[in-house]
Design a protein around this ligand. Structure first.
Ligand code: PLP
Length: 448
């Protein structure tokens, strides 16, 4: 009864993100009521393994006592402190210092936001400020990748390539440009890693030339692994090659680690594995493991000093009421303790098991590609393996695969193009990882 009345209230009043509003009114909400470790329980009482960690964010797992206690303590001691007027509080200062320690190279200065989209927005503003400060105001064009996702705020959505984030909005897009993704499984350059990387490098150079040369280009954005585009893993050396082009052409390289940060692919930040130091790094999600909202931009010392020197005594007009929120930062510190205290190591072990387990699905008639790194993976479904024929979205809606997996006790992400996405909490046990693989096979068998 209670659940039914909530479904009606939801229909009448709650607007859901990235949803068909009419479709949602018809289907009704599927409610979760509790969660623990790597599992969630729905309103019908079914407990499922959360193979997607909420929305690729609950890296530390649900119900971690130390995180709950840290938040409670901070709520009691000081629930809010602004960073304006020279004020501050202890948790964000400590968190910034620890993030700077983990971030590679001279990524030393942390600007806290509320999530990933406003972190991306902030990088656009910082990039523009930086080029103005360097006397190059004409560097105002931004590049990113097809299949890339960089948030859905007005500015960040511009960098996002996924068509659904543009259809119907008609917002100006003339300042940002896309180059093809590396997408190794379906790359016209073939699947040879060197060829894929060489093609991307050539496409980046060509796009820079097309928009007026390096003097017009402010920045290039890349996720170390493209998440929402379908978990697309670039070949080893791809990030470094793209970074090198940007360095050569004096274009800022921005690594969007909103998904890949905090152990998702193994290390604290994926770009350390790629051996690169971006000019700015964005993160969110695993930063607080989804317990409370928070994101961050980590700026290189090179950029920070140019901006700070140029502004001198004048204020740099960029800030939010909830920048460096003390409760979010207290959660961030408690979550970092967990990562450093063994969770990242467990994630690495479980990540290897997940990749091996999913690779074992390659023999399934519907599976065209299995890819991923660490606790981030995808299985791409096809109707013809040799021809790589994509699953027709209309014939087999993603929602139906999602529902079948759900009925089998597994939460996954089912993308519209027949790609299944995995990003389980790093606290998974071996048995849970094995169950993710087993329940996926069961779901695929029911889909045949
Ligand atoms: N950047 C990337 C790579 C993301 O995956 C996301 C969200 O999934 C964002 C930015 C936007 O983050 P948020 O949803 O916290 O605004």
């Amino acid at each position: 009864m209670l659940a039914n009345s909530l479904i009606e209230l939801d229909r009448a009043h709650l607007v859901h993100p990235v949803a068909s509003w009419r479709g949602h009114e018809k289907a009704g909400v599927r409610m979760l009521t509790s969660a623990k470790g790597a599992t969630v329980t729905d309103a019908a009482g079914q407990t499922l393994i959360d193979g997607f960690a909420g929305l690729w964010c609950v890296n530390a797992g649900y119900g971690q006592d130390s995180v709950i206690e840290a938040a409670t303590r901070q709520l009691r001691d000081l629930p809010y402190a602004t960073g304006y007027f020279g004020l501050g509080s202890e948790p964000p200062i400590r968190l910034a210092a620890r993030l700077a320690d983990h971030a590679p190279g001279d990524l030393d200065h942390v600007y806290f936001t509320l999530g990933g989209s406003d972190a991306v927005d902030s990088t656009v503003r910082f990039a523009r400020y930086y080029w103005n400060a360097r006397g190059l105001p004409q560097k105002d064009q931004f590049l990113s990748l097809e299949q890339g996702y960089h948030g859905s705020s007005t500015v960040g959505a511009g960098l996002t390539a996924l068509p659904v984030f543009h259809a119907g909005f008609g917002l100006p897009m003339d300042w940002q440009h896309k180059i093809p993704s590396h997408y190794t499984y379906r790359n016209p350059a073939g699947s040879n890693p060197a060829a894929v990387t060489a093609a991307s490098v050539a496409q980046l150079r060509a796009k820079v030339a097309e928009v007026g040369g390096p003097d017009r280009v402010a920045a290039f954005y890349a996720e170390p692994i493209q998440g929402s585009g379908g978990v697309l893993v670039p070949p080893a050396g791809w990030m470094k090659a793209m970074r090198d082009v940007c360095t050569e052409l004096d274009i800022l390289f921005i690594a969007d680690e909103v998904i890949t940060g905090f152990g998702r692919t193994g290390p604290m930040f994926a770009c350390t594995e790629d051996g690169i130091v971006p000019d700015m790094l964005t993160c969110a999600k695993g930063l607080t493991s989804g317990y409370v909202p928070m994101g961050a931009v980590i700026l290189s010392d090179r950029m920070y000093q140019v901006i700070a020197d140029h502004a001198g005594a004048a204020a740099i007009g960029h800030g939010f009421t909830y920048s460096a929120h003390p409760v979010s930062a207290a959660v961030g510190l408690a979550v970092l303790d967990l990562y450093e205290g063994g969770l990242l190591d467990n994630g690495r072990r479980m990540g290897a098991r997940l990749q091996a387990g999913l690779a074992g699905l390659a023999d399934h008639p519907l599976v065209g590609d299995v890819r991923g790194r660490g606790m981030l993976a995808a299985v791409e479904l096809v109707t013809d393996k040799a021809l790589k024929t994509p699953l027709p979205a209309a014939a087999l809606p993603a929602q139906r695969i999602f529902d079948r997996a759900w009925n089998n006790g597994l939460v996954i992400r089912a993308f519209g193009n027949g790609v299944l996405g995995y990003a389980p909490p790093l606290c998974c046990t071996e048995a849970e990882i094995d169950a993710i693989v087993e329940r996926t096979r069961m779901t695929l068998d029911q889909t045949l």
